[in-house]
Design a protein around this ligand. Structure first.
Ligand code: NAD
Length: 233
């Protein structure tokens, strides 16, 4: 497909899970993709989204190597499992640093350099609207990311840059696989999912590709649920 000819898209967190599926999907649809991650593949760029100089250097390098970029997908994310009364504060801050401050730094430096008319999409989560026991840091950061997306959409709209978020339900990836071993977690989730199954990384990638495309040219400041209906109950 030539739906996004001349698209240069930066996929952060592109080495694993949803990000890796997105890299493959975008390449299959004609995007030139730059993969960025803590431990990137050989043709990628190393970045820590929680570290401002690192994020600034990423987008500078993309401009230098590719002449610019039209899209950014930010899939970087980490989680932790701890009740608030037992929560290590540094661990809480690290999750917020990566999931919320990291998204801010990507919008700051990516937003400053993305081509006019381009698009930025961040990964929020079903947990932005659905609290989970032991997930205070992750839920709080992902909820903040939804509002951050709306503010960024307002601020970047004068340049025609669209900013959206995507909120998946359960997709089994290296991030979520450990929780699948906790008795009852997977069944509990699927009981609350009308379509009765977890999602595939490619099903998230397809939505991300749509939001980057011209077909989504009038969508900005939105957070789209993709979860088999889990947000309905
Ligand atoms: P994953 O662990 O497979 O991939 C996440 C990637 O982000 C990894 O490659 C990791 O190295 C990278 N990363 C982590 N910290 C980083 C940092 N500081 N700087 C740069 N890169 C960093 O996880 P996934 O399941 O593919 O999740 C992708 C995104 O989707 C995350 O934001 C996650 O919160 C969100 N999400 C996932 C699910 C799910 O069920 N898998 C559900 C809702 C939301």
């Amino acid at each position: 497909s030539d739906e996004r000819q001349n698209a240069v898209t930066v996929v952060i967190g592109g080495a694993s899970g949803i990000g890796a599926a997105t890299v493959a999907d975008l390449r299959a649809h004609g995007h030139e993709v730059v993969v960025a991650d803590l431990a990137p593949p050989a043709d990628g760029i190393a970045v820590d989204v929680a570290d401002e100089p690192s994020v600034a250097a990423l987008f500078e390098a993309v401009v230098e190597q590719h002449g610019g970029f039209t899209g950014v997908v930010n899939c970087a994310g980490v989680s932790t499992l701890s009740a608030i009364v037992d929560h290590d504060a540094a661990e809480f801050r690290r999750v917020v640093d990566v999931c919320l401050t990291g998204a801010f730094l990507v919008l700051k430096h990516g937003g400053a350099r993305v081509t006019d008319g381009g698009a930025i999409v961040s990964l929020s989560s079903l947990n932005a609207r659905q609290p989970g026991t032991g997930m205070a840091a992750y839920c709080s950061a992902k909820a903040g990311l939804v509002m951050l997306t709306q503010v960024a959409a307002l601020e970047l709209a004068p340049r025609g840059v669209r900013v959206n978020a995507v909120s998946p339900g359960l997709v089994v990836t290296p991030l979520t696989a450990p929780a699948m071993d906790i008795p009852g977690v997977r069944d509990g989730y699927l009981d609350n999912t009308p379509l009765g199954r977890s999602g595939e990384p490619g099903e998230i990638a397809a939505l991300l590709r749509f939001l980057l495309s011209e077909d989504a040219a009038w969508i900005t400041g939105e957070n789209i649920d993709v979860n088999g209906g889990a947000h309905l109950q």
